[in-house]
Ligand binder design. Sequence first.
Ligand SMILES: Cc1ncc(COP(=O)(O)O)c(C=O)c1O
Length: 425
Amino acid sequence: MQEKYNLLYTKEEIQALDRKFGTPFLIFDEKALREKVRAVNKAFSWCPDFKNYYAVKAHPNPYILEILKQEWCGMDCSSLGELYLSEAIWNTWTDIMFTSNNTPIEEYKKAKQLDAIINFDDISHIDYYKDNVWEFPSVVCCRYNPWDEKTWWNDIIWIPSEAKYWMTKIQIFEAYKKFKDYGLTRFGLHTMVMSNDLNPDSLVETARLLLELVVEIEQKLNIEFEFINLWGGVWIPYHPDDKAVDLEYVASEIKKVYDELIDNSSRKNPLNIVMEQWRNITWPYAQLVSKVRHKKETYKNYVWLDSSMSDFMRPWVYGSYHHITVLGKENSPQTHTYDITGSLCENNDKFAIDRKLPEIEIWDYIVLHDAWAHWNAMWFNYNAKLKCKELLLKENGEVKLIKRAETLKDYFSTTDYKNLNDLIK
Ligand SMILES: Cc1ncc(COP(=O)(O)O)c(C=O)c1O
């Protein structure tokens, strides 16, 4: 089981990094990321112009965005800040999909300025956009809620009828009719492919559903689509017993559906497939490294780290499992049961509850695995706790600081109160 949780470093190497940078830190593996992105691009290379738009929200660090841009990924943005981050890594052109919800007009204006593909979340946003920005971007897209079509949603985790996003099928037809009436000619269609499960066939079935809908809309409205966007939502094998979705299998199965439904010989342009799959690509390539600061024995055994739930929200929000390695004790017997906690005044501040681990001592290094997408990016400042630093293990073995830790000066910089900011050294 353990081999699926690769370690980037030995204990001695982490000690050296600790001396240089200090814990806690989040560390990213550039080589593994590039290799995985290339493998996914290769699996879908049968598509006319396959592209995976990086969901900037998954981890919004420009050094990471730059790596992904070099690997021919576009950027999926949902907010003004994410648009600026993407703009910073491009020079004369951009490749952005703007998939927002409840969107303020200044965000639409910025997306238009960057000639992003605008992916509308609601039918009412089309006229809101038109009345305020006037000119549409080159390519428009809509987000489809397939609630009435899909029967295999995993309603434990998530059901689309409860989602605040997307348009119904009737609204989708209305939207593309509007675009056509406004003289637009370049279109995409977007939906989330899975309800956070690990069944690859769900992904293939959603691709079928979307391709069938493309054919239906094209026939009814006499328009032509340029692409479908299979978004994200594929789950991750966080737990030792889980098995990852095999994207190569998925790509080959989607090809079969594509070949069955799409006849490119009768189209002006071949229909493309794009995605925004990131959780299931990046997940193992970031790890949170912390040190044990205290131990406590009361009714339970606690191990207190120098990081907190503010660095690492998933176990609190979703009750999720994240694998833990005690560095240097990888092969020691798991003789002890611990709650692994941070220092927030909040009892949910736990990375793991009742976890079987080798005996832990103060100063041990604790690695929390699978720390990429939608995880550290959701950090917060409760209790005036500060964000940890980010390191990149580069392809050549060097380690680069790609984001310094937040300081109390950063934290107080938005509050202008007496000499508060001068008090902090
Ligand atoms: C619009 C959009 N695209 C892509 C993603 C990425 O999904 P995942 O990380 O599950 O692959 C998200 C995640 O929330 C999203 O909101």
